[in-house]
Structure formats: C-alpha cells, structure tokens
Write a new protein. Structure first.
Length: 176
C-alpha cells in the first residue's frame, strides 16, 4: 500500500498547533541520545504552539514557513529565509528547520518540504542555501547530503539544557 501524496503549502495560523506537535515529537525523536532525556520529556506542545504563533506573526515576508500535508493532516514543517549570521555568507539563504512526524520519516514528506524550500529559495534569488545540523545527528546529515548539501567547514558549539553539542554548517549552491 502506498502512502497518500504529500502536498506542500504555506503555513497559516491555523497550523500552529499541528506544527508544534511535529516539532516537539521531531525533537524528542531526532535528539534522543544527544540531548538530556529530562529536557526532551519536558518539551510541551502547548508552549511550542504559542512560540509558533509568535514566530508566524513576527517572521515577516522573507521568512517562509511551509507545511507538508498528507490526507488533510499536517505531517511536516520547514522554515527558511535569509542567512542569520554575517560571516561570509551574507546574501545566502538559510534552511532554519525541517521536521516531520516520527511516523512519517522515510515517506517523502521531508524530501517534499526540502525540495520546495530549495525551489523557493532559488526563486527568491539566494545564491546558496545553508543550514546547521548537529554533528551527532547522522540521519539528518545523510538526508541533507542526499539532497546535494555538503559540509562547508564551519562549526560552532550549540548549548542547550546545560549540554554543549557541535553543529556543522552545510551548504548547497542554488541555480535558477
């Protein structure tokens, strides 16, 4: 049996609770063994729903939030926009996040979100799209590498819940 097709569209305020569910469950799955268990268990869909509402209201037109739907339900979320740092990547775009529900990993929802983010970043005129990924997040690194992203040599520490983890920056050239 094949999964229903994925439809990618812009996120609306009505999607905030579903996106928060995707984000929280995504963190709890993707970062298991990387972040403290107590921290992941304490994550709240309700609190993240409010964060999503504020983010959507304040993000502005240059930040693009997308959702993937399957059979009328939100199964994934991605967000991209201008690169947030100025260290030689000014003018580039940044993929801030891609998350799918844990039961949707490997079904094409993440690939559809990433492809749409790349297409929209290309159309917006970004010469490259960059992203940060935890060194220990092997699944995500393989996912991005399969989509044409590669480490560009930049690393930085990321601190969360009293834990310091290393992030690698990946990049992909965009051609219109």
């Amino acid at each position: 049996m094949t999964a229903a097709p994925v439809r990618v569209r812009r996120m609306t305020e009505d999607d905030c609770a579903a996106v928060a569910e995707v984000r929280v469950r995504g963190w709890q799955t993707a970062y298991q063994g990387l972040l403290p268990r107590w921290y992941l268990r304490a994550m709240s869909v309700e609190a993240d729903t409010e964060v999503r509402r504020r983010h959507l209201a304040e993000a502005g037109a240059r930040v693009v939030d997308l959702v993937a739907e399957r059979a009328g339900s939100v199964v994934g979320w991605a967000c991209h926009g201008p690169y947030r740092a100025d260290e030689g990547a000014a003018g580039d775009g940044e993929l801030y996040a891609v998350y799918v529900r844990p039961d949707q990993v490997g079904t094409g929802a993440g690939r559809a979100l990433l492809a749409e983010s790349v297409a929209r970043a290309t159309a917006a005129g970004y010469p490259a799209l960059r992203l940060w990924v935890l060194t220990g997040n092997t699944r995500a690194r393989c996912f991005y590498e399969a989509a044409g992203f590669a480490p560009d040599g930049a690393e930085e520490p990321w601190q969360v819940a009293g834990t310091t983890l290393m992030e690698l920056r990946y990049a992909r050239s965009l051609r219109p």
